[in-house]
Design a binder for this molecule. Structure first.
Ligand code: SF4
Length: 234
């Protein structure tokens, strides 16, 4: 398992918890707005051994509530259940960030009660997923992941980074309808923030929705699912 990043303290990434974040390398999607380019492309950045991570975590017992496992796409790592199991043995809660492409792993993690919170990305309307994830994904896997998460009884959120270059208002409302149809409890619209070193350089100057536009879209989404906006237009 390639652990390429450690963010030692976050007050915002694990709802209502003080947490650290571990970034696992590699991803099977190629979302153009992705800002974790080095992780996704498995670039040669010095990472951490598992033992370095566990030494750090042991030093944080009683100081942190939880650990966020992020990426890249963490579920690509076959040894994830054992890794999380060791984290939980230290008494930490675990939040998993995932793109939903590996329902088999999600099923394993939820059945073994290894995760306390799941945040899954929804990239686009289901019939048009490749327009955003830029990968030939089997959409049945995304649907299966949505069902596993909604039925798991585990606290969860569905989140979508949205921007006019990739999503129409109707697309986003369609995504809210999808969340509703699977029984997802919470939907976050994440404001796109243009910055350097995105996966697709053409998106570095892409325009975000204005805050007002996003508020209007949120109002529409609220007809289907509890929806919040995350992030501000920059
Ligand atoms: S934003 Fe897309 S490409 Fe980047 S880590 Fe998430 S799923 Fe992978």
């Amino acid at each position: 398992m390639l652990i390429k990043g450690l963010y030692r303290l976050s007050l915002i990434d694990f709802p209502n918890k003080i947490a650290c974040i571990l970034f696992l390398s590699g991803c099977n999607f190629r979302c153009p707005y992705c800002y974790n380019k080095a992780l996704v492309l498995n670039e040669d950045i010095k990472g951490y051994s598992q033992e370095e991570i566990f030494d750090f975590l042991k030093s944080r017992i009683g100081l942190l509530d939880g650990v966020v496992i992020s990426g890249g796409e963490p579920t690509l790592n076959r040894e994830l259940p054992e890794f999380i199991s060791r984290i939980k043995d230290l008494g930490f809660l675990v939040k998993l960030d995932t793109n939903g492409s590996n329902p088999e792993m999600l099923k394993q993690l939820t059945e073994k009660k290894l995760v306390n919170y799941i945040a899954m990305d929804l990239k686009a309307p289901l019939e048009n997923y490749q327009s955003v994830c830029k990968t030939n994904i089997d959409i049945a896997k995304i649907k299966e992941s949505l069902k596993i998460i909604a039925d798991s009884g585990i606290e969860h959120e569905l989140r979508a980074t949205v921007l006019p270059a990739l999503h129409t208002t109707e697309d986003i409302i369609e995504m809210a309808k999808t969340a509703c149809s699977f029984g997802i409890k919470k939907f976050y619209l994440q404001q796109f923030s243009p910055k350097k070193s995105l996966l697709d350089a053409d998106f570095e100057d892409a325009k975000p929705f204005s805050q007002q536009e996003l508020e209007g879209i949120r109002t529409e989404c609220l007809r289907y699912v509890d929806t919040e906006i995350r992030g501000k237009e920059k």
